[in-house]
Design a protein around this ligand. Sequence first.
Ligand code: VGL
Ligand code: ZN
Length: 202
Amino acid sequence: MALKQALLIVDVQHDFCPGGALPAQDGDDVVPVLNEYIDDFKRADHPIFASRDWHPEGSAHFQDRGGPWPPHCIQGTSGAEFHRDLNLPDSAVIITKGDDPEEDEGYSAFEGKTPDGKTLLDSLKDAGIEEIYIGGLATDYCVRASAMDAVKAGLRTHLLLDAIRGVDVNPGDSERAIEELKRDGVHVATRAQVAAQHAETN
Ligand code: VGL
Ligand code: ZN
């Protein structure tokens, strides 16, 4: 029997795309590919989760308070909105993270909450999910942290190699993150593989 699957789209927000406050290199290139994954998962009736980085103004995560980052994804601003071309269905469950003003790290979607206050992990467990496919931004921060937490939680975890982009504060950070995730037991996949596998199980 096929495992029950979900798609997790991490932080595909304007501030992580070119022109935004903290852009991943070619960040918006993930959007059309993720739209294809969204269609695949919708068609197969698998749930879709989308996380957003959602900081208050004056967050401890920002440089002016000693954190590592320029201000980005400030609640209610256009930079914090999901990319305008990302076709998130109404059924997608939004996971909000980074909203604690005192939090200076907090990269993983597994540290976020659903609109009704559930953790991502509880919400996956309630839906009986055993296997998760992860894409989005940024490879070397929130995607990396989310994929690590997913394997730690015992989920069979796949990184969508054609739907991630990194910030690369140091050149090579994203490549190193991918290698590290593979060592930790994360599988890698691309659209062709996922589409073929869904075709087989439906
Ligand atoms: C992220 C840096 C700071 C991310 C969020 O979504 O990867 N990176 N805040
Ligand atoms: Zn952030």
